[in-house]
Write a protein that binds this ligand. Structure first.
Ligand code: G1P
Length: 293
C-alpha cells in the first residue's frame, strides 16, 4: 500500500462569508490569535507525517506564498534587534515545509480545486485539508484518518454529527457503522453521500468535515461528473462516483472542530485558543471575567 506523502490545501475560494475582511486578503491568512488559519492546517499535516504541501491558490492569494517563504528583510531586522525568539518563530514557518503551488484560475468549486492538483499529486494517495475547518485534537485529525486508510487501504473522510438546522451546509453521508479497534462508534462504511441537502432530505446527521484521505481514482471521477450544488464541481459528488468502484470509509474523529470560515465559529476558536495559550491564557481569562456577561 502506498504511503500518503502529499496534502492538498484548496485555498482559492473567495471567502465571501468573511467580507469585508477578505476583500483584499485571503481568508486562509486570517489569524487565530497570532497564526494564520492555513498554518494550523499545515502543522496538522506535518504532525500527521505528511510533509509535502500543495496549495491551490487563486487571484489575490500571494500573501499565502509570502507567508511560507523566507522573508530576508524581516529576518535581518529581527537579527539586528536581537529578537531571537521571534526570529525562530518566523524561520520555523519557512523551514517547516516543502510547498508547491498551483493556480485555480476560476473558483468553480472544491472538486475543481482538487482536480487542479492532479499533475502535482500524480498516481498516489493524498490528503485534502480545508483550512477553515480548524480541529483541536490530541491525535491530529488527519493522523486519525491516515490510521484508518493504512488499515483498510481505502479512501476515508472525516465525519461529525451536526444538528438539523445546520446539516444543509455540509456534505452528508448515508453510512453503516463498522466494528473497528474493538468499538462500533467511530468508523462507518459509506453507502451514499449528498452535498448540501435540505434538512428534510438529508440521509443522516453525519456531516463531512474538511479532512480527506483520497486515492487517485478521484481525479477521473471529478472529470466525469458535472456541476452539482451551487453550480460547482463538488468533491462530494466526485467521491460518490468513486463509490461505484471501491469502498469509502468515514471516521467520526476525536477532537473539537471550529468552523473558522464563519464569523461566530472564528470568534469561538479565537477565545478558546487564546485561553489555552501559556503566555496569554491567564491574563485573558481574568479579563473575560471582568466583562458584564
Ligand atoms: C465543503 C464541502 C462539504 C463539507 C464542508 C466541510 O463545503 O463541500 O462537503 O461538508 O466543506 O467544512 P464548504 O464549507 O466549502 O461550502
Amino acid at each position: 500500500m502506498a504511503k500518503v506523502r502529499k496534502a492538498v490545501f484548496p485555498a482559492a475560494g473567495l471567502g465571501t462569508r468573511f467580507l469585508p475582511a477578505t476583500k483584499a486578503q485571503p481568508k486562509e491568512m486570517l489569524p487565530l490569535v497570532d497564526k494564520p488559519l492555513i498554518q494550523y492546517g499545515v502543522e496538522e499535516a506535518m504532525q500527521s507525517g505528511v510533509r509535502n504541501i500543495l496549495i491551490v491558490t487563486g487571484r489575490g492569494k500571494t500573501a499565502i506564498e509570502d507567508h511560507f517563504d523566507v522573508s530576508f528583510e524581516l529576518e535581518h531586522l529581527l537579527e539586528t534587534r536581537h529578537k531571537k525568539d521571534l526570529l525562530a518563530t518566523v524561520r520555523a514557518v519557512s523551514d517547516m515545509i516543502d510547498v508547491s503551488y498551483v493556480r485555480q484560475k476560476e473558483a468553480l468549486g472544491l472538486g475543481h480545486a482538487v482536480l487542479r492538483a492532479r499533475e502535482l499529486v500524480g498516481e498516489e494517495p493524498f490528503a485534502v485539508v480545508l483550512s477553515d475547518d480548524v480541529i483541536d485534537a490530541e491525535v491530529p485529525c488527519l493522523r486519525q484518518l491516515l490510521d484508518v486508510y493504512e488499515f483498510y487501504n481505502a479512501p476515508v473522510v472525516a465525519l461529525m454529527e451536526v444538528p438539523d438546522e445546520s446539516i444543509s451546509a455540509y456534505g452528508v453521508v448515508d453510512a453503516e457503522p463498522v466494528a473497528h479497534n474493538g468499538g462500533r462508534d467511530r468508523l462507518y462504511r459509506i453507502r451514499n453521500m449528498v452535498e448540501k441537502p435540505k434538512a428534510s432530505e438529508a440521509p443522516s446527521r453525519l456531516a463531512i468535515i474538511g479532512r480527506y484521505v483520497l486515492t487517485p481514482e478521484i481525479f477521473s471521477s471529478l472529470e466525469a461528473i458535472g456541476p452539482g450544488s451551487g453550480g460547482e464541481i463538488q468533491l462530494t459528488d466526485g467521491l460518490k462516483h468513486v463509490l461505484r468502484c471501491r469502498p469509502i470509509y468515514g471516521y467520526k474523529f476525536e477532537g473539537k472542530r471550529y468552523d473558522a470560515g464563519d464569523k461566530l465559529g472564528f470568534l469561538k476558536a479565537t477565545v478558546e485558543f487564546a485561553l489555552k495559550r501559556f503566555d496569554l491564557g491567564q491574563e485573558f481569562r481574568q479579563y473575560l471575567k471582568t466583562l458584564p456577561i
